[in-house]
Design a protein around this ligand. Structure first.
Ligand code: ATP
Ligand code: MG
Length: 566
């Protein structure tokens, strides 16, 4: 491809709303352009990268035995009503009406549609297992579309769905998908980590996420320094913490004026914060009601909101106003586990179970209760609610846990029969009995992978693509576009590389100076440049490595071979 003929509108200006390097560089280097909030156009370079990633995903999935299909992007609202998700999906799911006033949805995911496709077509255990996938547009009306391709409203996702006659076979496929995803992300040249995950709104039992490690990642991942354990903080576990020595306090109500915080309380009573119980009050949102929820954790632990939300099966937890706290009959700063108002739901962190001699609020202003034994509450009030901290102990090996940041690029779920049951999708088993399918579901953020690649691999000058993702492998830069000899030599290298099957672009622009072309090379981030310039007189060209910045003079006659070895 010749640069002069390509549509690559590079620019020096950094868009004001673009904070992440990937967002800035992809716009500035002319890979994408913004068409609306969370909506992007792919320009030629962006489309090449998108298709490359898509092809790697497709090749590995096809190798695993999955079959590609393509479902309609617009789906009837009935699908979503039948599964019960029409209300659960909330505002993220964009609904539209046609001219006949029929309801439709711009698909945010496709569990329902895929079950509808398979239902009544696959009817016997003999037709199972089956794994169908698509690489298709999704739309989610994200509350905060940001970071460019990282969190768009319209984006490209690979979504796969597998159907099985029993749980065991579903688990086999889940492991196969885990291995397949590893191959995909390794081929893309990414540094990634597989972690235990929360299953979120999609539901199901086991689930794992694939994270590209990058400082800008939105997710906190807990990893073990000594073994392979990794988990999203939303699902991370630890060995129950050893706590410091407790003071023996006289049981009963204690006057604790102006001690609303754990720090104030522990200082006042001269005890460690770990001997206190902290109450976190939230508003819990359900499909048609809201409730006041209180979560109790040890004084020096923090609440993990996703765990808390799951513990009470709410759709979402939000901050609660001071008025609403009072209205619920609670006294902020003095909420305790005994005698809570009956309209308030509550859960207690499992690590507090059977703890003695604790201090918690007395549900009365300026009073706490001392000598509290956390017992006899019924097993269903205890739940893992805490956010694992750095330095906590790994459950698997006793090693130390620490944090790292990740970008979620894939998520695989053991779904079970949740959707097949709800939508009446059954098959006949080997005894002639009708059963709902056991299902797995598997997602990859194809367009997000473009951004994740650059978050992991860039410098202050621009993008640094990996071999598999680079739009072109080599950029041949003609130092002076008007110099016939340079152009001739460059074109010859270009033709030879092309014949050797190497993806190459020839920067033959006449008007642009060398510095400008070099700047574009660095901004766009092709892995190598061949500079054809003044040294041509001595029979030399320069080979530049974008990642390391190294350059070496190479004889004109050797350059094609030199690139082939890269
Ligand atoms: P997140 O937690 O980042 O919002 P999610 O858990 O809602 O993602 P899934 O439903 O698991 O996402 O979707 C599968 C994959 O699609 C994700 O792993 C992610 O890579 C990608 N993805 C999800 N939302 C977006 C988005 N708004 N823009 C781009 N990619 C997305
Ligand atoms: Mg997910």
């Amino acid at each position: 491809m010749k640069f002069s003929k390509l549509f690559i509108p590079t620019t020096k200006e950094t868009p004001s709303d673009a904070t992440l390097p990937s967002h800035q560089f992809l716009l500035r280097a002319g890979f994408i352009s913004t068409s609306g909030s969370g909506l992007y156009n792919y320009l030629p370079l962006g489309k090449i990268v998108l298709d490359k990633i898509r092809n790697v995903v497709k090749e590995e999935l096809d190798n695993s035995g999955a079959h590609e299909v393509q479902l309609s992007f617009v789906t009837p609202i009935e699908f979503w009503e039948n599964s019960g998700r029409a209300s659960k999906m909330g505002l993220e799911m964009l609904r539209i009406k046609d001219r006949k006033n029929n309801g439709f949805v711009l698909s945010p995911t496709n569990e329902e549609a895929m079950v509808e496709l398979v239902k009544n077509r696959v009817t016997s255990y003999k037709d199972l297992p089956l794994n169908l996938y698509q690489i298709n547009t999704k739309f989610r009306d994200e509350a905060r579309p940001r970071f460019g391709l990282m969190r768009g409203r319209e984006f490209l996702m690979k979504d796969g769905y597998s159907f099985h006659s029993d749980v065991e076979d579903m688990r086999r496929e889940f492991h196969l998908m885990e291995e397949t995803y590893k191959k995909i992300f390794a081929r893309l040249g990414l540094d990634f980590r597989i972690v235990d995950a929360d299953s979120g709104a999609i539901g199901g039992t086991g689930s794992k996420e694939f994270h590209v490690l990058a400082d800008s990642g939105e997710d906190t991942i807990v990893v073990c320094d000594s073994c392979n354990y990794g988990a999203n903080i939303e699902a991370a576990k630890r060995v129950p913490r050893q706590i410091g020595e407790k003071q023996t306090l006289q049981s009963g109500k204690v006057h604790t004026p102006d001690t609303k915080t754990i720090e104030e309380l522990s200082a006042f009573l001269q005890i460690l914060p770990s001997q206190t119980i902290k109450a976190v009050i939230k508003k819990a949102i359900y499909e048609d009601v809201t409730k006041v929820a209180v979560f109790f954790v040890r004084g020096d632990d923090e609440l993990e909101e996703t765990k808390a939300c799951n513990s009470i099966n709410a759709l979402e937890l939000v901050d609660i106003s001071e008025d609403a706290i009072v209205e619920a009959g609670l006294v902020a700063g003095y909420v305790g586990i005994k005698e809570l108002p009956s309209n308030v739901i509550f859960k207690i962190d499992s690590e507090l179970k059977d703890e003695n001699d604790m201090v918690c609020g007395a549900n009365e202003a300026h009073y706490h209760l001392a000598g509290i034994d956390v017992c006899c509450m019924g097993d269903d009030v205890y739940f893992d609610l805490i956010a694992v901290k750095e330095g906590d102990i790994c459950e698997c090996c006793g090693g130390k846990l620490s944090y790292t940041k990740g970008i979620e690029v894939g998520h695989i779920f053991q779904l079970g029969d949740k959707y097949s049951k709800a939508l009446g999708a059954n098959f006949l088993d080997n005894n002639g009995k009708s059963k709902p399918f056991e299902m797995g579901t598997y997602g990859i953020g194809v367009s997000r992978l473009i951004a994740a690649t650059i978050e992991q691999s860039h410098d202050e000058k621009g993008c640094i693509w990996t071999k598999e993702t680079a739009p072109f492998f080599v950029d041949i830069i003609i130092s002076n576009g008007k110099n016939e000899e340079e152009l001739e030599a460059g074109t010859k290298i270009y033709e030879e590389l092309k014949s050797a099957g190497i993806e190459v672009v020839l920067d033959d622009r006449v008007k642009e100076r060398f510095g400008f072309k070099m700047g574009d090379f660095e901004l766009i981030g092709f892995p190598y440049a061949v500079v054809v310039g003044k040294k041509l007189q001595e029979g030399l060209v320069e080979l530049v490595n974008r990642k390391t910045g190294e350059n070496e003079d190479i004889a004109l006659s050797d350059i094609v071979e030199a690139i082939k070895t890269k």
